[in-house]
Design a protein around this ligand. Structure first.
Ligand SMILES: Cc1cc2nc3c(=O)[nH]c(=O)nc-3n(C[C@H](O)[C@H](O)[C@H](O)COP(=O)(O)OP(=O)(O)OC[C@H]3O[C@@H](n4cnc5c(N)ncnc54)[C@H](O)[C@@H]3O)c2cc1C
Length: 380
């Protein structure tokens, strides 16, 4: 049903990405997950195809397109490997998007052409040991002096950090001002004051890599501050809205992959003298999984279309992210269940989808934070 919601160009784009994913990503997804290594060699290839620049204007090194095109990209990549899609969306929807929307012309020229070509990779460094859902708890501070700023603090759970070339860091320039004291900074990997910890081991998303980042007397210039001093929180919210659409699209891609795995297994598996797909419980479960995926995609595409029309879309993005991530958890669990013991085995894709999906309810604002955003839009 996805085609009927797409323009001809969008359908062609989707076909091209799907073809690439089926040849180059899906066959390697289990190995990358097992090895815990991000396939960095893919990034220049995706850059060359213009896909890392999807949704970014040509004048900053992008390939044009729209948020809807970007959501399609995230969905199709996640169908092949959610871990690969996670690394790409952190790089594009968070790090590059922050530079695009908040950066000066000089910062855009410095960062984006190489980043959208896949020659340099970014990470988004917000979370800290004491700051997760509560943004006002950020303790990393940026002390201003005549030459610029000195950053000190620890960032935790940072996707792409083990190999990223640059980080967009959320830090406080005025701790007494709470949220209104937060600012964003660009920090290069070769900055002497930045070190990364060993790769962190995760339940799922094995193909993506994460580590902590330590900022110790990390000196940056005024030209490295993104946007105005003290407006970092509001600016971060703008960036996170695209991230929420991307996270929802990832959830839809995972649901599609899980449904395909469950369909394949239950068609082939014969019990009680007939394929499982002839059992009403199995048929109904598959039907419900497909319905949940379809509804999640419609919410996701709706949020993307609002963004493309220049309309307010923060509530729509939160609804899409809340719904799609919850449904992905349900659909991936049902897929594993329908695959029985085979689904529980390490060589089954169903167990990977089951492990991969959970983080989509946690990162990019947990489900409770999305509910808060949605409730506020109701005036309560
Ligand atoms: C795989 C993965 C990748 C990540 N990548 C990045 C990254 O690249 N960059 C980055 O900055 N961060 C990243 N994160 C961290 C992410 O930003 C945080 O996990 C997220 O902000 C939630 O914070 P927390 O995990 O500390 O949960 P907490 O804030 O400690 O919340 C714990 C629980 O309490 C609930 N809760 C909290 N406050 C409330 C409330 N007021 N009302 C009701 N319930 C509440 C939450 O919903 C949650 O269920 C990543 C995390 C994971 C798991």
């Amino acid at each position: 049903m996805i085609e009927e919601l797409l323009s001809d160009d969008e359908a062609l784009f989707r076909e091209a990405v799907r073809d690439f994913v089926e040849k180059e990503i899906a066959p390697n997804a289990a190995r990358w997950d097992e090895e815990g290594c991000y396939p960095r060699e893919l990034l220049p290839r995706l850059g060359e195809l213009g896909w890392l620049g999807a949704g970014f204007p040509e004048e900053v090194g992008g390939s044009g397109g729209s948020t809807a095109i970007y959501a399609l990209l995230c969905r199709e990549l996640a169908r092949g490997s959610a871990g690969v899609a996670l690394g790409i969306y952190v790089h594009t929807a968070l790090a590059c998007s922050a530079v695009r929307h908040l950066g000066s012309q000089a910062q855009r020229t410095r960062i984006l052409p190489a980043a959208l070509a896949g020659d340099s990779i970014g990470c988004w460094a917000y979370a800290e040991p004491g700051a997760g859902s509560d943004v006002s708890s950020v303790e990393t501070h940026a002390l201003r002096d005549r030459a610029g700023y000195v950053l000190d603090g620890r960032k935790l759970y940072i996707t792409n950090a083990p190999f990223a070339d640059f980080a967009v860091v959320v830090a406080s320039t005025a701790p007494q001002r709470g949220l209104k004291g937060l600012s964003l900074f660009l920090v290069d990997r070769d900055n002497e004051g930045l070190t990364t910890g060993p790769p962190m081991k995760k339940l799922g998303m094995g193909a993506s890599e994460m580590s902590e980042i330590v900022l110790d007397g990390c000196r940056v210039g005024f030209e490295d501050r993104l946007g105005k001093e003290g407006t970092g929180f509001i600016q971060a919210l703008e960036v996170l809205t695209l991230g929420r659409i991307a996270a929802a699209a990832l959830a839809v891609g995972l649901m599609e992959a899980a449904l395909e795995a469950a369909l394949g297994y239950t068609r082939d598996r014969v019990q009680f003298g007939r394929p499982l797909t002839e059992q009403q419980f199995v048929r109904f479960t598959l039907a419900e999984m497909a319905t949940r995926e379809e509804a999640a995609w419609r919410l996701t595409l709706h949020a993307a279309r609002l963004a493309d029309a220049g309309q307010a879309h923060d509530t729509a993005a939160s609804m899409a992210k809340l719904f799609a991530s919850q449904e992905a958890t349900h659909v991936c669990e049902r897929a594993l269940h329908l695959c029985g013991a085979h689904g529980y085995m390490k060589d089954s894709p169903a167990q990977r989808f089951y492990r991969d999906c959970k983080v989509l309810e946690i990162g990019e604002g947990t489900s409770e934070i999305q509910r808060e955003v949605i409730a506020r839009s109701l005036g309560v």
